[in-house]
Design a protein around this ligand. Structure first.
Ligand SMILES: Cc1cc2nc3c(=O)[nH]c(=O)nc-3n(C[C@H](O)[C@H](O)[C@H](O)COP(=O)(O)OP(=O)(O)OC[C@H]3O[C@@H](n4cnc5c(N)ncnc54)[C@H](O)[C@@H]3O)c2cc1C
Ligand SMILES: NC(=O)C1=CN([C@@H]2O[C@H](COP(=O)(O)OP(=O)(O)OC[C@H]3O[C@@H](n4cnc5c(N)ncnc54)[C@H](OP(=O)(O)O)[C@@H]3O)[C@@H](O)[C@H]2O)C=CC1
Ligand SMILES: C=C(O[C@H]1[C@H](O)[C@@H](CO)O[C@H](OP(=O)(O)OP(=O)(O)OC[C@H]2O[C@@H](n3ccc(=O)[nH]c3=O)[C@H](O)[C@@H]2O)[C@@H]1NC(C)=O)C(=O)O
Length: 283
């Protein structure tokens, strides 16, 4: 079912931006495939939305078709031996909870990342010691020809916050985990979460790190040493806790964040001679 002029802000962690011209939240692969085929026939630009934790939506109508994969339609979660199959719409926190509850370890380093499995694979989300691709066994995709295919890890490529999925929709994935002690896995989750919460403003509205780390350096360090932490434009602020996070306060608009991004890039370029590349996507 197509929803017209659907509010999208609440479907992102920034909670900013306008409405989708058309939104579909498919409840099956078939509905997803039919929706994508319809979009092609009509020439609608089409985007896949996960948990919206790496996106900034502009303050305007998002043209074309937005397809949101959530747990209702893409919520598979099952174990066979030490392999866990998770649907694209399952949150990482739910996946990690499922694994840790069974004493399976390997994904604890991803705790505190508010992504869905599909978005996490697309961006090869990672924590201090692990990226999601490292535990991947296979992925099932809807490819650009409309076929459902399962590819082993060896046929996929991943990089720093990047993957080879650009043209496909991730439907579900199998992760290979290791037998561990449940209490120890739980403790590792607590430790990772505590460290992440100490370093990053997890309770505030953001999209995680705004910029990619430039080779050999850290965007957060460059922003901090350019004297920009705590700077505000409108109701958007560079987090005083982490220089690579912009947080949106009540009443913020996307435009405030965009202006702050421009300001940071120019200042960091002047001070350090480095042009920061965006890590988030702006839609
Ligand atoms: C508080 C906070 C902390 C964060 N910490 C981290 C961190 O430590 N490490 C890290 O790597 N990231 C972090 N992030 C960023 C973000 O969580 C990741 O980029 C994550 O991978 C985005 O997943 P998502 O489901 O929200 O995807 P979305 O933001 O919804 O989408 C991101 C991209 O994936 C595509 N996509 C989504 N689902 C699918 C699918 N099923 N098939 C194909 N393409 C798809 C979208 O089209 C878009 O291009 C953080 C974000 C926040 C808000
Ligand atoms: N900066 C921001 O704007 C935001 C920051 N965050 C922060 O990011 C971190 C991770 O966020 P998030 O992934 O949303 O997870 P949280 O740790 O905040 O917990 C909520 C999650 O618990 C999951 N859940 C509900 N029931 C169960 C269950 N029975 N077993 C396992 N999991 C369950 C839900 O998954 P499901 O969705 O599948 O129902 C939901 O995603 C947190 O620290 C949070 O504070 C989170 C959101 C926004
Ligand atoms: C949050 C994200 O991912 C995060 C991920 O959570 C952490 C896990 O340790 O590692 C990356 O951050 P990061 O490189 O800033 O990691 P941190 O360990 O916080 O900082 C790296 C270095 O920069 C310094 N730093 C960081 C922030 C700051 O304000 N000032 C500063 O000087 C730190 O002291 C440290 O020496 C990812 N960011 C990127 C752009 O790669 C995301 O992708 O959205």
């Amino acid at each position: 079912m197509i929803q017209y002029h659907a509010q999208l802000a609440r479907m992102t962690t920034f909670q900013l931006g306008g409405v989708a011209e058309r939104l579909v939240q498919p409840s099956s692969i078939r509905e997803l495939a039919e929706t994508i085929a319809l979009g092609r026939r009509r020439g609608w630009p089409t985007r896949i939305l996960g948990h919206g934790s790496n996106l900034l939506l502009r303050d305007r109508v998002l043209p074309g078709l937005t397809i949101r994969l959530d747990r209702r339609g893409f919520g598979t979660l099952r174990a066979q031996g030490y392999e866990v199959t998770a649907g694209a719409g399952v949150s990482l926190s739910r996946l990690i909870g499922f694994c840790v509850g069974r004493g399976f370890h390997g994904l604890e380093g991803l705790v505190g990342i508010p992504a869905a499995v599909g978005g996490a694979l697309r961006n090869n989300a990672g924590g201090r010691d692990v990226t999601i691709a490292e535990r991947l066994s296979s992925v099932t995709l809807l490819n650009r020809d409309g076929d459902v295919v399962t590819l082993p890890r060896g046929e996929l490529s991943f990089g720093y916050r990047s993957s080879s999925f650009a043209e496909s929709v991730i439907l579900e994935a199998v992760f290979r985990l290791e037998r561990g002690v449940r209490e120890e896995a739980l403790q590792r989750c607590r430790d990772h979460f505590q460290r992440k919460r100490a370093d990053q403003p997890l309770a505030e509205r953001s999209a995680g790190c705004i910029f990619r780390n430039p080779p050999g350096d850290f965007a957060g360090r460059l922003v901090e040493t350019a004297g920009l932490k705590g700077l505000r434009i409108g109701r958007a602020e560079i987090s005083p806790l982490h220089g690579n996070f912009i947080v949106a306060h009540r009443g913020a608009r996307s435009d405030d964040v965009l202006r702050l991004i421009d300001h940071v890039r120019e200042r960091v370029a002047n001070v350090h001679g480095v042009w920061l590349e965006l890590e988030i996507e702006v839609w």
